[in-house]
Design a protein around this ligand. Sequence first.
Ligand code: GLA
Ligand code: GLA
Length: 657
Amino acid sequence: MGIAENRRWLRRAGEARLEYGADYNPEQWPREVWPDDVRAMRAAGVTIVSVGIFSWARLQPGPEQWDFAWLDEVLDLLHGGGILADLATATASPPPWLTTAYPEILLVDQHGNTVWPGGRQYWRPTSPVFREHALRLVRELATRYAGHPALAAWHVGNEFGAHNCHDYSEDAATTFRHWLRHRYGTLTVLNRAWGTDFWSQRYTDWGQIIPPRQAAAQINPACLLDFQRFSDYALREHYRAERAVLRKLTPAIPVTTNFMVMPGVKRMDYAAWAGEVDFVANDHYVTPGPQARDELSFSANLTGNLAGGQPWFLMEHSTSAVNWQPVNLAKQPGELARDSLTHVAHGADAVCFFQWRQSRAGAEKYHSAMLPHAGEQSAVFRAVTDLGKRLAALHEVAGTARVPADVAILFDWESWWVAEQDSHPTDRLRYHQEALDWYSALLDLGVRADVVPVGSNWERHRLVIAPILHVVPDYLADRLAAFVDAGGHLVTTYFSGIVDQNDHVWLGGYPGALRELLGIRIEEFGPLPDGVSVALDDDTTGTLWTDHVEVTDPATEILAGYRTGDQAGRAAITRRAVGSGSAAYVSTRLAPAGLATLLPRLLEPAGVASELPPELRGRVELAVRDGHRFLINRTGEPVDLGVDGLLPANGVAVIPR
Ligand code: GLA
Ligand code: GLA
């Protein structure tokens, strides 16, 4: 069920609006503060808050003790103020009494050490004891609040896998074996899939299989891949168990959990999670650096496509500084609104922050919030209030779908996992960065692209870019070939098409799965040492990787060759014409500037043109939802939009179309 079919979190029938709010942690404050919170929320234009995410210890102070009175009061106050609740199941962090009574719910690390309580989310995804206690809490909450008028949605757990994705406990070992039995059926099949004749790893009994705990040498890569798949699945199973309770007790209330579509977070396959939530919700925090804005846009774009182009919920971002980077920079004037509206531009129908009121105590007291330590007389609160007004004025945007772009960038979590495993030609390869670089280059050219999961319906795009599409099972190779045969244009890069779903190399020359489609053959990889670059004859520069490319098909043209380095005089970038379609290969890392030079030659045959006038290309990002165009300033300077006026630095113009 997508959000389009179930918009119950909007709750007010007939009144489309963009939701606005934050995580609300009233248990950190005396009750006297709560009515004032609601008053200030109303002043800021808040419409929804996520409540109870870390409230388990307050809701269930002991095994047979429950205390809902405070939450009753909070929800009643919110409702009185016309504010909806995205109510947490409160299972993100178990209370000390539970971990003391049942230490067997605690996570175990790779070395076999217990991960102790003291932080948060230290539970084993596969612990039956944890599951039982968590579901009991969910039942109590759902039963009590089923009919509460503030209840708009359920927020299961919090950021699944943020801290507890990989658990190496005995519970994990048992469930991992079950999962493997289900996947492979017999040990013969598993032994083949894992290539266990390598290093004498052949299993003769399921009980011999353990999670990939700390080992003396490199661990079997197929085991690592399956353990990653399993770890993602195990958390999803926990989510589904909580959801089953909620669906039974409150069938009309949509259920979600917050994703973390961000460069540093690769553990969860959100393409798989997207099918499990009633509406997609994401958390995003800016990664400082030259591509900070582009990465925000990339994340929002991918999230919007995980949501199938339908509206989604920005569950968390920050009003200003976070507190978990080495140096935590405050946002500059205008950035709060620009960041929020960039998410809206890519389909967010809700803009929420972590958190409402900045904590006085605890590990996140220096993390910004809607209501900072300084109080309402502050630039942050004024910016928050201004954004509330702006979102209210943009109510017509609510409910509208993203307008698809001509270009797609394929995103594949399995390729991310496998391409960055150890014992590879280089450990410097960065999957997410390569995908982001293509996205940045397209932004530089003023060309819209959709970042889409590899399992989605990308055939409708004219040009499909598949950066480091490393894992290519048979069916995917067939799909890519059929796309090109039907006139589609494909571009892929170094280290793509190398292995199958078991991380077994396709033989006969690289990139085995795509060799014929690309009309090339590579016998050896040529990764580059740090600091070494190679010049191409189109005046671009490659780093990280080169290949010894042999052109094997007369229909394959060389778009650029290497001018320097070990491959000097050989092909660097190729394109094979297939009817009216084509399949291109880029054998080095060009970074955004080089890709922006190359891209026009790939876009043109695909018939893709910029939707922006030349003077705005690169300076402005264009995103389109049904009925509105969003023009986002990518520079630190004002940009003249002509008839559409002046776009201030960090400005976002929303223009009806
Ligand atoms: C995550 C968590 C929040 C909070 C923020 C801080 O998104 O879900 O509870 O810790 O990070 O940035
Ligand atoms: C050592 C080992 C071999 C192999 C090579 C790889 O020499 O004895 O089994 O692992 O390293 O370089």
